[in-house]
Design a protein around this ligand. Structure first.
Ligand SMILES: Cc1cc2nc3c(=O)[nH]c(=O)nc-3n(C[C@H](O)[C@H](O)[C@H](O)COP(=O)(O)OP(=O)(O)OC[C@H]3O[C@@H](n4cnc5c(N)ncnc54)[C@H](O)[C@@H]3O)c2cc1C
Ligand code: SF4
Length: 325
């Protein structure tokens, strides 16, 4: 591991000041320390943010407010999460192992790096790790890679399960930085790879995630997360779907759907949602709408199965959300 300095921020202002001077934030360290050991990430200065008052989980009316330092396991088990947004509980429990969930924070989860194996192999070409070197995954082992939002420069999937649920539910996030505070949809945090896959998110230099706000909606109580993975124990998604339904008399009033494991960022499926509105909540409607999910998909040598698996996963998630599976 390359030497680095570590300081502990006592206040939000201390943290912002340290980051403005070039330090990186560290919360649970479950991603960052791993990458530093492998020398994929090489920060010279770290600022430990764990003493900051950002671990709260509370209801603000029907909005669930989650502090960026709340641990995945605490958020999953919290009564307000279960009451207002059961999809968030279900999704978090599907991510990582119990030990990791006890350490890992919400802010860190949203900013974890990709799980493309070549990203972690320092002798492999990787535009995300070293811009301009190429992409070993394009013609390599790419069965776990993305089919939506890819470019000729990067085809890595976004790994966070939580981000998929937050995007489906229309969550927003509050951030604080050297230029002050701002809020925006979680969906807008993530960039497409295009020709600059090393730029993964839209945070400005030194910005700290403070909290995530998940608004209520009639769909929130009928919401489920289905994660298809290569093994039953902890593993990242091959394909996943967060589906939420507002139903009246067996008819869909509003549907919210986002998918993981297939996109270079968490992928909201507005065309599928629109196709479901006003339709009966039955398998035929779900199948017809889910067919739109893979439109525009670009597959590679080993991941074409995802084009078929994606709509099937969505149909099953919708059936689970509608109470039929
Ligand atoms: C074996 C294994 C399996 C896993 N499986 C899954 C899985 O199935 N699904 C899943 O979703 N995740 C999975 N994970 C990822 C895990 O959820 C993340 O490692 C974890 O959530 C990161 O949180 P952290 O607090 O440890 O982040 P850290 O490692 O502390 O930080 C990660 C990044 O976020 C930045 N950061 C942290 N907090 C903030 C903040 N408040 N504001 C701005 N920047 C911040 C850091 O600078 C760093 O760049 C797995 C991890 C491992 C090791
Ligand atoms: S898919 Fe992206 S992360 Fe993986 S090797 Fe290619 S550029 Fe790197």
């Amino acid at each position: 591991m390359i030497p680095f300095t570590l300081e502990k921020a006592a206040t939000l202002q201390d943290a912002i000041k340290a980051a403005a001077g070039g330090a990186r934030y560290i919360a649970g360290g479950t991603t960052l320390i791993d990458l530093m050991r492998e020398e994929v990430e090489r920060p010279e200065r770290l600022v430990d943010i764990n003493a900051l008052p950002l671990a709260g989980i509370a209801a603000d009316g029907d909005t669930l407010v989650i502090g960026a330092l709340a641990r995945m396991s605490d958020v999953a088990a919290h009564p307000e999460t279960r009451r207002l947004q059961p999809l968030i509980s279900e999704t978090l429990v599907e991510g990582a192992s119990p030990q990791l969930r006890n350490m890992a924070s919400i802010g860190g989860n949203l900013l974890q790096r990709v799980r493309c194996p070549y990203f972690r192999m320092r002798d492999a070409a990787c535009n995300k790790r070293e811009p301009g070197t190429g992409c070993a995954a394009l013609h390599g082992i790419n069965h776990v890679h993305a089919i939506l939002g890819t470019s000729e420069h990067c085809i890595a999937t976004h790994p966070s399960d939580l981000a998929v649920a937050l995007v489906a539910l229309g969550a927003t996030m509050r951030v604080l930085g050297p230029e002050g505070e701002r809020s925006f949809p979680v969906e807008d945090l993530y960039r497409l790879p295009g020709a600059t896959p090393h730029l993964e998110h839209n945070l400005r230099p030194g910005e700290l995630i403070v909290e995530v706000r998940v608004p209520g909606g009639a769909y929130a109580r009928q919401a489920r997360y289905l994660k298809v993975r290569d093994r039953a124990s902890y593993e990242f998604a091959v394909v996943s779907a967060a589906a939420a339904l507002d139903l009246a008399g067996g008819v869909v009033r509003e549907a919210r759907i986002a998918v993981g494991g297939v996109g270079t960022r968490p992928w909201r499926l507005r065309a599928v949602e629109a196709a479901l509105a006003g339709k009966r909540a039955d398998r035929a409607s779900f199948e017809a709408a889910a067919r739109l999910a893979a439109e525009g998909a670009v597959s590679r040598a080993h991941n074409a199965y995802k084009v078929e698996l994606l709509p099937r996963t969505i149909v099953q998630a919708l059936e689970m959300a509608g109470g039929r599976a």
